[in-house]
Design a protein around this ligand. Structure first.
Ligand SMILES: Nc1ncnc2c1ncn2[C@@H]1O[C@H](COP(=O)(O)OP(=O)(O)OP(=O)(O)O)[C@@H](O)[C@H]1O
Ligand SMILES: [Mg+2]
Length: 343
């Protein structure tokens, strides 16, 4: 770097350092010294990760990677931005700026915690409403006027949608804050299918859709979260319910995939005879807020978070999710879950 350039950099109030891909700090401005003291050891630590495992510093040397990361140093959070690639003679180097964003991040966190708390608290009263509706609708002896039955059924359906939405928002905010982990309890796969189907059977019946399940006899247990996996299957079935016409069929199944004799993974599929998905839309469906142009037969628009959350849940279990679809014929969503989860 020219001496003119360095003298300019020394005057600006933002911490700047030029770091080589071997991790050496080739240049540091005044503000950098003032912010971090002279040792800069933490940066060397980060540099060391270059050699072995991928550290945050390394991302700046990979083409196409994001050029901004948050880094924690001594309890404070700095946003590190790449100002430019600065490799003069041969050795690659990057000029990085370091901005203290601790207060900003804390405020953001407080805001999203607050939102999550409110959304969470909506769940209590809503399940009260659901329980009441269920109770009234289950009173067979009393002759409810059919108009009231229809209205109450509609209310039940809407409250179900709201509950799903609330659960999605909560999962989404956990994923965003990096706090999304799943339990490690033994999970009976047949039980998952049963729970998911039970919760949507009445919706399916109302829409005149056959919702069936089929699974082999000795499906081994997997390790994970009953609640999250049930939620994932429910998300898939509710999509199928939205995009399958009357008299359609939705089947939920589970199969063992073996490696030799040993069960290696369990494949759970949700297949529908619905409108299908365009090949071009197949991959992006799993991204957040992504929806295809498909018009649902019922049940409102949704937020486009369902499949994103399914993907996060399945991946948190060490598995993967995929889709196969033929337009006008139907869609099959496939979740593959390992029998033994890696630590
Ligand atoms: N079984 C299916 N058949 C046809 N299209 C589907 C099917 N499942 C998903 N899709 C398409 O993928 C999009 C994304 O699905 P996703 O579950 O992520 O969001 P959503 O159902 O629109 O909203 P949300 O689940 O958040 O209420 C849907 O809007 C729809 O266009
Ligand atoms: Mg959905």
């Amino acid at each position: 770097m020219t001496s003119q350039a360095t003298s300019i950099l020394d005057k600006i109030p933002v911490a700047v350092a030029v770091v080589s891909d071997t991790g050496a700090i080739e240049y540091r401005n005044h503000a950098f010294d003032e912010t971090f003291g002279d040792d800069g050891n933490w940066l060397k630590e980060a540099s060391r990760a270059l050699a072995g495992e991928r550290g945050w510093l390394q991302t700046f040397f990979i083409a196409g990677e994001p050029r901004s990361v948050d880094v924690e140093v001594d309890g404070r959070i700095y946003r590190v931005d790449q100002i430019m690639t600065a490799g003069d003679q041969g050795a690659p180097a990057v000029a990085l700026s370091f901005e203290d964003v601790t207060a900003q991040r804390q405020a953001e966190q407080a805001k999203s915690d607050f939102t999550a708390q409110i959304v969470h608290d909506l769940r209590g009263p809503l399940s009260g409403i659901q329980g009441t509706l269920e109770f009234v609708l289950s009173q067979e002896g009393t002759k409810l006027d059919s108009m009231y039955t229809d209205l109450l059924t509609e209310a039940q359906r809407e409250s179900e949608r709201m509950m799903n939405l609330i659960n999605e928002i909560l999962d989404f905010s956990k994923i965003q804050s990096g706090n999304f982990s799943v339990e490690t309890e033994p999970v009976r796969v047949a039980g998952l299918l049963k729970r998911a189907i039970r919760s949507l059977q009445s919706v399916a019946a109302r829409d005149e859709i056959f919702l069936v399940s089929a699974h082999g006899r000795d499906i081994p247990q997997i390790i994970g979260s009953v609640e999250k996996l049930t939620q994932a299957i429910i998300n898939l079935i509710s999509n199928s319910l939205k995009f399958t016409p009357k008299k359609g069929l939705i089947s939920v199944g589970a199969q063992i995939v073996r490696n030799g004799d040993a069960p290696e993974s369990i494949v759970i599929t949700v297949t529908d005879s619905g409108m299908g998905i365009k090949p071009a839309d197949l991959q992006k469906m799993f991204e957040k807020y992504k929806q295809t142009g498909n018009k649902s037969f019922r049940g409102g628009g949704g937020t486009g978070l369902g499949l994103y959350i399914v993907k996060q849940i399945v991946e948190a279990h060490g598995g993967e999710v995929s889709v196969a679809s033929i337009e006008g014929v139907g869609t099959s969503m496939v979740m593959r879950l390992p029998v033994k989860r890696a630590a």
